[in-house]
Design a protein around this ligand. Structure first.
Ligand code: FES
Length: 96
């Protein structure tokens, strides 16, 4: 948008990556989502891209004119949380 500075918009809240970090990465030569991810850590936080992936793809499309269908080369993992065996065994006894 013209006249609006949205460079402080958060793209990845887990890793505190702003739009300007993504733009800088692209200006520094990043041509793929994987390259941006490696440089900025966007998408590598606790959500593992579940919430930020769309924003990242939109930013990449807007600032590079690369077709969004070419972004399939990035893998995203489901968010997981470690659980102790004690908690796991307890959950079986207490279904609540
Ligand atoms: S918001 Fe940070 S990894 Fe998705």
């Amino acid at each position: 948008m013209e006249g609006v500075d949205d460079s402080n918009m958060i793209i990845c809240r887990c890793e505190e990556v702003l739009l300007r970090d993504i733009i800088t990465s692209i200006q520094n030569g990043a041509e793929t989502l994987k390259a941006i991810k490696m440089e900025t850590r966007a998408g590598m936080g606790i959500c593992q891209g579940r919430t930020c992936r769309v924003l990242l793809e939109q930013a990449m499309t807007f600032y590079t004119n690369i077709d969004i269908r070419e972004f399939n080369n990035v893998s995203y993992k489901n968010p997981v949380r470690p659980i102790s065996l004690a908690d796991l065994s307890q959950s079986r006894k207490d279904p609540s």
